[in-house]
Design a protein around this ligand. Structure first.
Ligand SMILES: [Zn+2]
Length: 194
C-alpha cells in the first residue's frame, strides 16, 4: 500500500462512528509490530484522566496508549516517545488544532503517523481538526458504516437524545440526558432545526 521511503508521513483513518476506524488503526499497528517496528499510541485525556489508557475496538482488540492533553498534546507526546517508528493516535476529533502541528512534527522526524477520528459532528459539519489533518496527510482512507435505518452506506453520526434526533443547537454535553449515537446515511440523518 505504501511506498518504501526514508521520510515520515501522516495517514488518516476517518469516517462515521461504527465504521471500523479504530479496528483499522489497530490492524495497521499490529501489522507494523509483526514487522518488528516499534509503536507508540496516544489518546485524548477525556474527563481529565491522564496516565495510560487502552485503545479498543468494538471487535475486542486493544493496545496500550499514553493519555495526552487535547489542547497541547505535543509536550507529553515528546516525553513519551523513545525512538518509535510508528505513532498511532485515536479519537483525533477530541483534540485541538495543535494535533495537526504535532503530527506534522512527528512525520518530519521520519515517523509514520496513523491518526483515527470521525470527520463530522452530529450536525453533519466538519469536525476539526480532522479536515486539517486530511489536508496535510499523505494518505486518507474514509470508511462507511451501515445506516441503521435503510442499510445503505452511512457516513454521518446521528445523535439521539431520549431517543429523538438532537437539535442543531443542543450542547455537546447534556447533563442528565440519555443520549446515544447511530450511523446513518445522508437521507436518513436528521438534525432538528425547529
Ligand atoms: Zn439511510
Amino acid at each position: 500500500m505504501h511506498a518504501i521511503t526514508n521520510s515520515g508521513w501522516v495517514e488518516v483513518v476517518t469516517g462515521s462512528m461504527f465504521s471500523g476506524k479504530t479496528e483499522e488503526l489497530l490492524r495497521r499497528v499490529r501489522r507494523a509490530e509483526i514487522a518488528g517496528q516499534s509503536v507508540a499510541a496516544f489518546s485524548p485525556a477525556l474527563d481529565d484522566r491522564f496516565g495510560s489508557a487502552t485503545i479498543g475496538s468494538h471487535a475486542g482488540q486493544q493496545i496500550e496508549a499514553t493519555v495526552v492533553d487535547q489542547e497541547e498534546p505535543e509536550p507529553a507526546m515528546h516525553d513519551a516517545l523513545n525512538g518509535e517508528d510508528v505513532v498511532a493516535i485515536d479519537e483525533a476529533n477530541f483534540f485541538s488544532g495543535a494535533l495537526v502541528d504535532a503530527c506534522e512534527a512527528l512525520a518530519a522526524d521520519g515517523r509514520r503517523v496513523i491518526v483515527s477520528g470521525t470527520d463530522q459532528t452530529f450536525r453533519g459539519e466538519p469536525f476539526h481538526p480532522l479536515p486539517d489533518l486530511m489536508a496535510v496527510a499523505e494518505y486518507v482512507d474514509k470508511y462507511q458504516a451501515i445506516c441503521t435505518q435503510c442499510g445503505e452506506p452511512a457516513s454521518r453520526n446521528q445523535r439521539l437524545i431520549e431517543g429523538e434526533p438532537a437539535h442543531y443547537d443542543d450542547p455537546t454535553v447534556m447533563v442528565g440526558a440519555e443520549e446515544s449515537y447511530e450511523a446513518r446515511c445522508r437521507s436518513c440523518h436528521v438534525v432538528r432545526r425547529d
